[in-house]
Design a protein around this ligand. Sequence first.
Ligand code: ZN
Length: 325
Amino acid sequence: MQHSDKNNHSCTFCASRESEAFCEIRDIFGNSYTIQHCLSCGCFYLSPFPTEQQLRQAYDTSYYGETEQKFSFTLVEKAVDYFRQERARKIVKMLPVGARLLDIGCGNGDFLRYVSLCGNYELYGIERDETAARRARAKANIHLQTTALMDGDFEENSFDAITLFHVFEHLTTPAETLRIIQKILKPEGVLILSMPNIGSWQARIFRGKWLHLDPPRHLVFFEPKTFTALMGKRSFALRKTSYFSVEQNPFGLVQSLLNVASKRREVLFERLKGNRNYAPEYGGFRVLLQKCFFVLHFPLFVVTDMVAAMVGKSATVKFYFINKK
Ligand SMILES: [Zn+2]
């Protein structure tokens, strides 16, 4: 499907209409978009804004895999699991005993479960996918909400920490969600967000073929310095950023290279998630070759990411902000 007007909507973050095209992009369903760079706030956004039907199609259960795991490649799932545990341990160190924590887009609830193993915390999760939410509910003692965060859902100044791991780029109203987050987060509360880094080497080299653009699910992107400045204006003080991520960045390079070499994007990624219906022209052997490419290059790409991380050019970034409202 082609859209006739490729820039028919304003910036998803600030509503300005002043923008320039960054790249063209096509999703796995064949819909064409552009990524526009807002000249007012610096946000990069998917344009035109996808329809409800397009978003529903993109968020069907295959996004979380057919099984309990998001990935059907056991080794990958084990590695991802390890990094989730590490993430939980690091974050818990920043929290007071008995802290109240909200994980927006908590998926299967694994991160919150690992936090619960570290001590006594009051845990809240928001997950809009019913299947994932059901799995999260079955784990640990998590208060779960399955609707998008709205004003009035939680009391003002009620959380010590709020986390959004690779969720911010999915938000349909990111500026409004940030406003609510700031309201329900205590003064001096911690806000942790990870997201794709559109200023990364991967983004600039691969452009429309870059894995982390993930159309039409990812709607907004920022360069780290733009995002930090924009958060500063909202009285969120940056405590630190981290770039190195074995969980996200080396695979981004693997899949983006495969996207350049293939006619269809994200073939390996979709198969690893258990989506067997996607790109049936890629038979078992071709997918096996892609898996071999992945396994053989992974260690090298971890090293590449160490170098990229040193200069803030990794494919993803994690921000730690303190609420100075
Ligand atoms: Zn804007």
